[in-house]
Design a protein around this ligand. Structure first.
Ligand SMILES: Cc1cc2nc3c(=O)[nH]c(=O)nc-3n(C[C@H](O)[C@H](O)[C@H](O)COP(=O)(O)O)c2cc1C
Length: 283
């Protein structure tokens, strides 16, 4: 394991460690206006949601690494107390990238990137018509996290309202499978939350049996993966393994039984997996 002290890194190296390992990050496409009402639009991946009562989001239009100067988005949000955050879907990425260039004062990135501004309901900054999910926000707090080149500036905003396109909703709620959102990773990499890249796992019910309840024999297996054992550890209760019954077509060899356990877990057939675990312990 390589370990580096943050204090031994310069700001550029530090940034590379952060964006490489804290990934993929959601992208806040932030729409703001300056005091004269001139539009601004820029993406920020130092971003997340931090609570739901009241709903709070935060993102970081940080000081530039080269000279410590601040970005239009920060200046505008600070001056007006308002911003809109639009989520970025795969169909928007190339235009979003155009909006991220460092344009001069008063340049409207809606025009530069070809996105369509649409009036918001409660705030002056425009909505991005192409985005499937957006939030109108009121500035709650600004946190200056260092004041030096590359330092963070965190804008925390309270969400006043959510907007979502009808086609990304299921039962009235945003559906990850329909949104097709992108995230930012290290370097120039992005991730797409779409198709096979999305998977579901069962939430723990109460207090699961835990790793220590998994038979040692299974932990020593070369066929069962850490995810297989983790799925078993997430069981609500340990079944009576001595009572598991053999079926006519069950394999007999230990390796074949482990392969069958692995396949049952991939099908999310937990009862069958435990039955086969019982047979494996007797094999
Ligand atoms: C996907 C993506 C994510 C970005 N994330 C950030 C970020 O979290 N913080 C930041 O300061 N700049 C970030 N940038 C760079 C800003 O978008 C860029 O500096 C932009 O010109 C700022 O615009 P503004 O001065 O109009 O606010 C990101 C760029 C891209 C393409």
């Amino acid at each position: 394991m390589k370990t580096v002290l943050a204090s031994d890194l310069n700001p550029i190296q530090t940034n590379a460690w952060l964006v490489g390992g804290v990934a993929p990050r959601p992208i806040a496409f932030a729409s703001t206006v300056d005091r004269e009402g001139r539009r601004n639009l820029a993406p920020f991946s130092f971003y997340n949601a931090f609570g739901s009562n009241p709903p709070m989001v935060a993102f970081g239009p940080n000081r530039r690494g080269r000279d410590g100067t601040v970005k239009h988005t920060y200046l505008n949000a600070e001056a007006t107390g308002e911003f809109v955050i639009a989520s970025v879907s795969y169909g928007m990425v190339q235009q979003m990238n155009v909006a991220s260039a460092e344009y001069g004062d008063g340049v409207d990135e809606f025009l530069k990137s070809g996105f369509t501004p649409e009036p918001a309901r409660f705030v002056k900054p425009a909505l991005v018509a192409e985005s499937p999910f957006q939030m109108e926000c009121k500035l709650h707090q600004v946190m200056d996290l260092g004041g030096k080149p590359g330092s963070g500036i965190m804008l925390i905003g309270e969400v006043l309202c959510f907007h979502a396109k009808e086609e990304v909703l299921t039962d009235g709620l945003p559906d990850t499978r329909k949104l097709d959102l992108v995230g930012r990773a290290g370097g120039a990499f992005y991730a797409r939350a779409h198709g096979d890249a999305l998977f579901e796992i069962a939430k723990p019910v109460g207090q699961p049996i835990g790793w220590e309840a998994i038979p040692t024999l299974l932990k020593e297996s070369h066929l069962l993966t850490a995810n297989d054992l983790g799925r078993l550890a997430n069981s609500a209760a340990l079944p009576d393994l001595d009572a598991m019954e053999r079926h006519p077509n069950d394999p007999a060899a230990p390796e074949s039984l482990e392969e069958a356990i692995h396949l049952a877990l991939r099908r999310e057939d937990l009862d069958e997996a435990w039955r086969l675990v019982g047979l494996r312990l007797k094999a």
